[in-house]
Design a binder for this molecule. Structure first.
Ligand code: PGA
Length: 256
């Protein structure tokens, strides 16, 4: 069985060098007193901070992740960063298709499919985010929505790389709101995701991937949204900005 995955998404926070250095120092101190068992930890800082995160956390049991990547290797793509560049800076994981990028920047399933396929060709671990809008939940079409996102976003993903794929279920209404689905709802969506991945790549494929939950995860609800819902990990936004709280989330998973 694969280790559980705990991913901190720092989004567009840590505005200054000072703020970043304080965060890193606190993370290092918190890690010093922590026993980590059967859990992989990933931190996704703003791209500007990746080098500093790498040099401070290099000897720590933490992988680095990109919040976003582009689908070409190099060239005239102003403002973009490729998986090859990320890899050369020590970044192993990348988020693809976060709802904030889909909704605020107009990322389509087609763009996300290209990003996911290219990132795994460059040997990155891909964490593909899916999830429904609140009105889709109200209309009872959340499951259809997630199946459709998976079908389109994985349309060109190479089958041979499936073990490098994680799917993150993030209901949009839960991100940053303090509201989470019931345990049984998360568990059911986890099952739907595994079946959908099996339908796309062939039966059995669903057991090779990790399925994560994201949306208002805290050290208080981690048992309910991850362990009891039988998920393979979590994507943590707000709670990852406080190193002591992020480490408590990890400890509570390790104690399972
Ligand atoms: P949140 O964010 O934990 O603050 O809800 C999760 C995410 O968007 O990745």
């Amino acid at each position: 069985m694969k280790n559980r995955l705990v991913v901190g998404n720092l989004k567009m926070h840590l505005l200054t060098i000072r703020e970043r250095d304080r965060y890193l120092q606190s993370m290092r101190e918190n890690l010093r007193n922590t026993v980590i068992r059967d859990v992989d930890i990933v931190l996704c800082p703003p791209a500007l901070h990746i080098e500093a995160f790498f040099s401070v956390l290099e000897k720590q049991p933490i992988f680095l992740g990109a919040q976003n990547i582009f689908w070409e290797r190099k060239g005239a793509y102003t403002g973009e960063i490729s998986p090859a560049m990320m890899s050369s800076f020590g970044v192993r994981f990348c988020l693809v298709g976060h709802s904030e990028r889909r909704n605020l920047l107009g990322e389509t399933d087609n763009m996300i499919a290209k990003k996911a396929a290219h990132a795994c060709e460059e040997n990155m671990e891909v964490m593909l985010c899916v999830g429904e809008h609140p009105e889709e939940r109200d209309r009872g079409i959340a499951e259809d929505r997630v199946r459709k996102q998976l079908r389109k976003s994985l349309a060109i993903f190479p089958k041979g790389k499936i073990s490098h794929l994680s799917i993150v279920y993030e209901p949009i209404w839960s991100i940053g709101t303090g509201t989470t689905p019931e345990t049984h709802e998360i568990a059911r969506m986890g099952e739907i995701i595994r079946v959908a991945v099996g339908d796309i790549f062939g039966s059995g494929a669903g057991s090779y991937i990790r399925v994560l939950y994201g949306g208002s995860v805290t050290s208080q609800n981690i048992r309910r949204v991850c362990l009891e819902a039988d998920m393979d990990g979590v994507l943590v936004g707000g709670s990852s900005l406080k190193p002591d709280e992020f480490i408590r989330v990890i400890k509570n998973i390790c104690e399972d």
